[in-house]
Ligand binder design. Structure first.
Ligand code: SGN
Ligand code: CA
Length: 516
C-alpha cells in the first residue's frame, strides 16, 4: 500500500470507527424527535391491534407492541378540521375557534409546532391540513389542497402548487422520508405525516386491488338499526343503504352510462385524474364487478348488504396502504438509528362507522366516531408499554409533545400530558370526557350535540332545531341501541351526569352554546 492510500485507509477507518459512538452521544444529548402520523377517518375496528375481525395491520401493530395502545382514546369533536385544530392547540373547538369544517383556522394563535420551534426543533408537515389558512409554525410544509386526491394529487409546497404522480399514501410517505433525509441533522425534529387515506371515496392503490378476493366481511349486528327512541340518529344522511352513492362511493361507473347516480359526475372527475396505466388496472378490476352487479338487479336488504361488502373492500385496501407505508417509515427510523430517540404516534382525526347503525362517516358522539385509534411508541428513557385504559382525548397530544420536549405546558392548554399517565405517575386523571359537535345543517345532517362520557355512561344533548337527551349504559348496551333517558330507574344517573356535564362546560368555558 502506498503512503497516500494508507493515509486514506486510516482516515476512513477512523471515521467509521468513531461514528457510532459520536451518534450515540448526540442522540443521548438531544431532545427526543417526534413523528406524528395521522390518517383521516381510520376506524379502530380496522386496525388489528384493536380489532382483528377485518384486517391485519402488522406495521401499525408494531407501534402498539413496542409502545402503548390507548384503549379509551376519544376526540372532542368528531370531524376533520376541528379535530386537527384541537390537536394543534390543545384546546377545545370553542376556544381555538375552529368549530366546523367551514371555518378558517386562526394561524396566529399558539400551537405545539410553534412552541417546539421556539425550543429549537425543526418542524415539518406533509399531507392533509384542511384548516384553510396557511400553516404556521412549520419550517417546511407540503399540504394537500382541501381533501386532496387519491391519484396524482396536487400539493402546495411552501406556497407553490405542484402535482405529484402516484398514489397519495405512497407520495406522502415519500415526501416525508425525503424531508427526513434533507433535514438539519443537528436539530431535533417534529414531523407530521398526515395522510388523506382512509377518507371517502376510499380509492385503493391499483397494486392492492385484488386483496381480499372472495372475502365476505361480517356485518355488524346494528346494521339494520331502526333508530327507535333516537330522533337524531333516525334523521342523519350517512346510511350505507340510502346515502352511499353506487358510482361515486362504490365505483360502479358503467360504460353504458345507465347508472346515473347523483354523484356520477364527481366520480368521473376523480377517475379522470388517473393516468392510462392506472385506469387500465382500475378497469380490469372494477369492470367485471360492474357487469355482475348490473345483471344481479339487487334490491332492498340484498342491495344494502352488497353495498356494505363493496365499501369494506375499498376501505380496507386503503388501510392496507397506510399500514405498508407506516412500515416504511418505521424501517427508516431503524436504519438511521433514530428509533430510540423518537416518539412515534399513530392516530386518526376521528373514528368511523364500518356499517354500525347502518352507517359510514362519523360526527356522532356514539362510540365508533367518538373514539379514535391512538398508539404511541416512546423514546428510550420513558418506560411505557402495554394497554393504557384511562380516558384520553386528542386535546392531550399538544401537552404530551411539549412535555416530552421539555417545554413547560402553558396554563391555557386544556388537555393534559400523557407522560405521567403512561409511566404510572399521574396523581389523578379525568373521570369524564366532554364532547361538542357543531356542523349542522350540513352534509350527512348530524344534528348539533354535546355530551359527557364516563367509563360507564354517556349522556348526550341534541340541540339547535331539536331538544332531545339520550342516555346510554355502555356496559349493558355497548352498541348504544337503547336510549334510557325516560326509562324508570335512570333518573338519578341522568341527573348526576347533567350536573357533571355542566361542571365540565364550566371547566372548559363552553357555557355559551349559542355563539356558533
Ligand atoms: C367530505 C365528504 C363527507 C365527509 C366530509 C368531512 N364528502 O365533504 O362525506 O363527511 O368531507 O370529512 S365527499 O363527497 O367530499 O367525500 S372530514 O374528514 O374532512 O371532516
Ligand atoms: Ca376525517
Amino acid at each position: 500500500m502506498n503512503k497516500n492510500l494508507l493515509f486514506l485507509f486510516l482516515l476512513l477507518s477512523g471515521m467509521f470507527a468513531c461514528k457510532p459512538d459520536k451518534e450515540k452521544a448526540e442522540s443521548e444529548a438531544k431532545p427526543p424527535n417526534i413523528v406524528f402520523i395521522m390518517t383521516d377517518d381510520h376506524s379502530y375496528q380496522t386496525l388489528s391491534a384493536y380489532d382483528r375481525r377485518y384486517i391485519q395491520t402488522p406495521n401499525l401493530d408494531r407501534i402498539a407492541n413496542e409502545g402503548v395502545k390507548f384503549t379509551n382514546s376519544f376526540v372532542t369533536n368528531s370531524i376533520c378540521g376541528p379535530s386537527r385544530a384541537v390537536m394543534l392547540t390543545g384546546k377545545h373547538s370553542h376556544v381555538n375557534g375552529f368549530v366546523n369544517n367551514s371555518g378558517e383556522f386562526d394561524g396566529s394563535q399558539p400551537t405545539f409546532p410553534k412552541y417546539l420551534q421556539q425550543a429549537g426543533y425543526q418542524t415539518a408537515l406533509v399531507g392533509k391540513w384542511h384548516l384553510k389558512s396557511q400553516p404556521t409554525g412549520f419550517n417546511h410544509w407540503e399540504i394537500l389542497i382541501g381533501q386532496g386526491n387519491y391519484y396524482n394529487t396536487d400539493f402546495i409546497e411552501n406556497g407553490e402548487r405542484n402535482r405529484s404522480e402516484g398514489y397519495v399514501t405512497d407520495v406522502i410517505t415519500d415526501k416525508s422520508l425525503d424531508w427526513l433525509e434533507k433535514r438539519d441533522k443537528e436539530k431535533p425534529f417534529c414531523l407530521l405525516v398526515h395522510h388523506k387515506a382512509t377518507h371517502r371515496i376510499w380509492m385503493p392503490d391499483t397494486a392492492l386491488l385484488n386483496l381480499f378476493e372472495g372475502q365476505e366481511f361480517d356485518v355488524p349486528e346494528s346494521f339494520f338499526d331502526g333508530y327507535e327512541g333516537r330522533t337524531a340518529a333516525a334523521e342523519q344522511k350517512m346510511s350505507i343503504d340510502k346515502d352511499m352513492d353506487l358510482v361515486y362511493d362504490l365505483k360502479m361507473l358503467d360504460k353504458e352510462g345507465e347508472l346515473l347516480t347523483k354523484y356520477r359526475k364527481a366520480y368521473e372527475g376523480m377517475y379522470g385524474r388517473m393516468n392510462e396505466e392506472q385506469k387500465a388496472a382500475w378497469d380490469a378490476y372494477y369492470d367485471p364487478i360492474i357487469e355482475e352487479f348490473k345483471k344481479a338487479g339487487l334490491k332492498g336488504k340484498e342491495l344494502a348488504l352488497w353495498k356494505y361488502q363493496r365499501y369494506m373492500q375499498d376501505y380496507l385496501k386503503c388501510v392496507k396502504s397506510v399500514d405498508n407505508n407506516v412500515g416504511r417509515l418505521l424501517d427508516y427510523l431503524d436504519e438511521q438509528g433514530l428509533a430510540e430517540n423518537t416518539l412515534v404516534v399513530y392516530t386518526s382525526d376521528q373514528g368511523f362507522y364500518m356499517g354500525e347503525h347502518g352507517w359510514f362517516d362519523k360526527r356522532f358522539m356514539y362510540e365508533e366516531s367518538l373514539r379514535t385509534p391512538l398508539l404511541m411508541r416512546f423514546p428510550k428513557g420513558i418506560e411505557a408499554k402495554g394497554n393504557q385504559e384511562a380516558m384520553v382525548q386528542n386535546l392531550d397530544y399538544a401537552p404530551t409533545f411539549l412535555d416530552l420536549a421539555g417545554v413547560p405546558v402553558p396554563e391555557d392548554i386544556q388537555g393534559a400530558s400523557l407522560l405521567p399517565l403512561v409511566q404510572g405517575k399521574a396523581k389523578d386523571w379525568r373521570k369524564a370526557i366532554y364532547y361538542h359537535y357543531y356542523e349542522y345543517p350540513n352534509e350527512h345532517m348530524v344534528k348539533r350535540h354535546y355530551g359527557i362520557r364516563t367509563d360507564r355512561y354517556k349522556l348526550i344533548h341534541f340541540y339547535n332545531d331539536i331538544d332531545e337527551w339520550e342516555l346510554y349504559d355502555l356496559k349493558n348496551d355497548p352498541d348504544e341501541m337503547e336510549n334510557l333517558i325516560e326509562k324508570e330507574g335512570y333518573w338519578d344517573i341522568s341527573e348526576e351526569l347533567k350536573t357533571e356535564l355542566v361542571n365540565l362546560q364550566s371547566t372548559y368555558q363552553d357555557t355559551d352554546k349559542a355563539t356558533f
